[in-house]
Write a protein that binds this ligand. Structure first.
Ligand SMILES: [Zn+2]
Length: 168
């Protein structure tokens, strides 16, 4: 398909290009309107069942999450990975917690650590703490500009989808 000079959108599932007025991804067949009813909760359930293929990462806040909460958590408790725990990206959340532990160790035992291996150990630790801090800043920027990726999936039962539609 020739996309030159036409407005396009990116498919959140396969990353392929589609025209802005197309309802379906020409590459993978994802029906875009369905994403409106996809929830973060359903994505967590899919992961638990090992159905990774049913999970799509989107940048728009899904209906079962609130953007203001994401901003609040990311800013106030972002160093604890709250933005990842809220969007059910557990592994990233745990990684941030480890980052926080590392930061604490660096601060509390600083006096002792500077003497280890001629200061090489604290240098390495500080390097990782630095990466962790930069990641957190980037998270906030991404959240504010609507670039933070959130896993979503359609609820398994059609009844649940109908339920979501009625709630709206
Ligand atoms: Zn696609």
């Amino acid at each position: 398909m020739d996309f030159k000079g036409r407005q396009t959108q990116k498919c959140p599932r396969c990353g392929g290009k589609a025209l802005i007025n197309q309802t379906k991804c020409p590459d993978c067949g994802l029906v875009f309107s369905k994403l409106e009813y996809a929830t973060n909760k359903a994505a967590a359930e899919r992961y638990k069942n090992g159905e990774r293929n049913a999970v799509v990462f989107v940048r728009k806040t899904p209906i079962d999450l609130k953007k203001w909460k994401l901003i609040l958590y990311g800013t106030l408790f972002g160093l604890f990975g709250a933005q990842y725990f809220y969007t059910r990206r557990w592994w990233w959340g745990i990684l941030y917690l480890l980052g926080f532990i590392l930061l604490s160790v660096c601060v509390i035992f600083n006096g002792y650590l500077v003497g280890v291996a001629g200061g090489a150990l604290i240098d390495v630790m500080a390097f990782f703490v630095g990466i962790y801090g930069i990641c957190w800043i980037f998270d906030i920027v991404r959240i504010c500009f609507g670039r933070f990726k959130i896993p979503v999936s359609l609820p398994k039962q059609e009844a649940e989808v109908v339920n979501i539609k009625e709630k709206k």
